[in-house]
Design a protein around this ligand. Sequence first.
Ligand SMILES: NC(=O)c1ccc[n+]([C@@H]2O[C@H](COP(=O)([O-])OP(=O)(O)OC[C@H]3O[C@@H](n4cnc5c(N)ncnc54)[C@H](OP(=O)(O)O)[C@@H]3O)[C@@H](O)[C@H]2O)c1
Length: 312
Amino acid sequence: MRAVVLDRYGPAELLTVASRSVPEPLPTEIRVKVAAAGVNPVDWKTREGAGMAKVLGHPPVVLGWDVAGVVESVGPGVTRFAIGDRVFGMPWFPRQAGAYAEYVTAPSRHFARTPRELSDVEAAGLPLAGLTAWQALVDVAQVRPGQRVLVHAAAGGVGHLAVQIALSRGAHVIGTASSSKHRLLGGLGLHEAVNYRGTSFEHVVEPVDVVLDLIGGEVAMRSLEVLRPGGLLISLPSGSAADAIAEAPRRGLRATGMLVEPDGDGLEELADLVRTHRLRVLVEETFTLERVAEAHRLGERGATTGKLVLVV
Ligand SMILES: NC(=O)c1ccc[n+]([C@@H]2O[C@H](COP(=O)([O-])OP(=O)(O)OC[C@H]3O[C@@H](n4cnc5c(N)ncnc54)[C@H](OP(=O)(O)O)[C@@H]3O)[C@@H](O)[C@H]2O)c1
């Protein structure tokens, strides 16, 4: 099979298409013929030797965790899927999944059926970003109707899904984004958009119950100023928010980092939101496997609206 192989950690031009043997599914696993693979910030962070590079270990490695495709082979013991089923998922994270390839094998419970409403490209943009938003807002924050939620980087991969998930829980949702993206966010149902470039959000946002911070660093620290007493800051990337997380309890607030986990049940919840027209996946651009370096370079600029996806 064709796969994008990284022989050493470093710049995007090291990503090269090479030949690899097709993986065999073990008991409880399925083999998926990959139609599309999502590209996430953790991919380029890992490529550079940060991100999950320590988990993946010495190269060669195959990057990518977001998979959408068709079940091509079923290992012994699998009851949930049959050959030919369309599935999507974020298998194995943070271990190597090798989604930038024609085939992936993984435990069946790391996948869910792709809703008819989603193309393979859209489905490939959903798992990692969608599960991050779901696990943060629903599992950790337990957002309830009437609560006020602030999402930083609301137009990005995680952000645009987080906005819709928070809305589906009945929250009043505020998001930060460049002004050129406010119309699009309004179309998703966002209640208030803040142009973080022209305005200090902490000066204009009324107190909120939850902040989902997808920027970290000083944005995490400034986010403490907009929380109600007892309010919760969830900051990803978590490492850069250590100071804010330590400071929160001193101010009567709660703060935590988080790392997304494979979650078949969470995928089913996301699929249900899609089927009931409460969740849309926005894809800014698609790339062939040969153009993967371009996708990484574009993503690294940090200005993506929605998702970048590889068509396999
Ligand atoms: N811990 C975990 O489990 C986990 C999981 C997923 C993601 N993450 C992390 O979360 C972060 C976001 O991921 P992502 O996939 O959403 O990234 P992304 O799609 O690349 O985010 C791009 C968006 O960020 C916005 N942005 C950049 N700087 C901003 C700022 N200062 N304020 C507000 N918006 C800003 C951009 O909007 P403008 O063009 O308007 O600037 C753009 O729309 C990454 O660092 C990623 O590694 C962590």
